[in-house]
Design a protein around this ligand. Sequence first.
Ligand code: SAM
Length: 473
Amino acid sequence: MPFDPVRDAVLNSPATEGLPTSPSVARRATHLSVLLNSDSEPLPRTSSSLSQIIHLEPTDKLSSVKPLKKAQETTLSPSDSRPSSSSYFQPASTFPPVMRPPPLLYNPTQRVTPPDSILTPMSKAEMEMYKSYVGKGTARLVKRKRPRDDSDTGDEPPVKKSVGNGGVVVEHYNARPEVGVIQRLDSPIIGLKNFNNWVKSVLISKFAHPALVTSSVRTQRNKGKVLDLGCGKGGDITKWSKARISDYVGADIAAVSVEQAKERWEFNRNANRIQASFATYDFCSQNLEDVFAPEILEKPFDVVSSQFCIHYAFEKEETVRRLLRNVSHWLRPGGTFIGTIPNAEQLLEHLRELPPENQDLSFGNAVYKVRFESREHSGMFGRKYWFFLQDAVEDVPEYLVYWDNFVSMAAEYNLQPLYKEEFHNVFTEHQDHSEFGPLMVRMRVMDANGESSMDEDQWEAANIYIAFAFEKR
Ligand code: SAM
């Protein structure tokens, strides 16, 4: 998939505050132009300040969904009885308060574009044009619906099918279109996507940062080496760039996604100033040394990050062992393994709540759907369900990760748990944090008035994941 520079500029430029919040085209045109002109140079980092590694993220269309309103009174605390996701959604009057940082004004201090270039705001007409623009890197701006059967006669070459569930996963991620700027901003679940990005940023700041600053892999300016396992289309490269790492290694089973990740990195190469290597890699069946040259692996990683993907390995014990073997083998002692996985407790609770007479073991809402094939299951592996997430995942087979089992297996590979929290609690824990609270506003998880960009369904869907961190002993 060719690289789309406009999309990437928008997605990876610092969001700006103090801009009008109307969703009109005129506002977006101004907003885009500001983003495209904005300074992408990260701040200098010292080991002591979180603010220097947490970053600004893509903008979204805040007013496109019915917001969850944050109110003045606090009615929830982390210790409130919870476990149901729906109990965490509170109507407007009871949502916990959040920070209300003053809006920041766009105030660039240095120019990053060539001196002879002039970037002007997009006109209304240009914005209209980009809605249907098909050009370099935007051939899929018009979103295609991918049929679920094999009779897809779309304009893309057929993706090679592998056997088994792994094949379905590869096919799905390879075929998933890379959408353009407008579609990204218009995603019906943009609030949820922003929230997920915020959670990942929290993990990076809290658990990757300490390992990065003590790294022996460094350049004059940057520090630390990261393996992004299941890197997808490289959506986290900007986060790592902001964290000022020096080396990034991206691996994913979907070759098309890997190519897009590489293009994303190449496009921002000068700004990022990080070395990067990419490979198509199946963490269920391969070792890293099978696909990366020895010089890439010469020094161990300070951080292994695996976001929204290792649950695919939990089909069998041997595939989990392969995964853990690779994580541990290539991670230095003191390094961290961070990630996000399905919230097994939450999903099983929903399953238990289904009426006994139900043949269809599905639940969900307008944003997500989960379908189990059986009510009961024995064993720690292969607990399969089918997962649909609007605008992201189309009915793909996934596996539950039983946390205790994961921890005891990880211990065999010298990985000790540091952190495990479901996404709602990550929010509750950090909403008032001096850095992560304002970061939520900058990443458009909510606006300066404390209004969430997620509606109730997105908020519920958010809690079907948990965040984790391990340390290599
Ligand atoms: N980590 C990225 C992110 O957070 O945006 C992508 C997440 S996406 C939901 C899941 C990714 O896991 C897909 O890119 C998929 O190709 C990858 N994946 C699934 N099974 C895999 C395997 N066995 N080996 C490597 N990658 C795999």
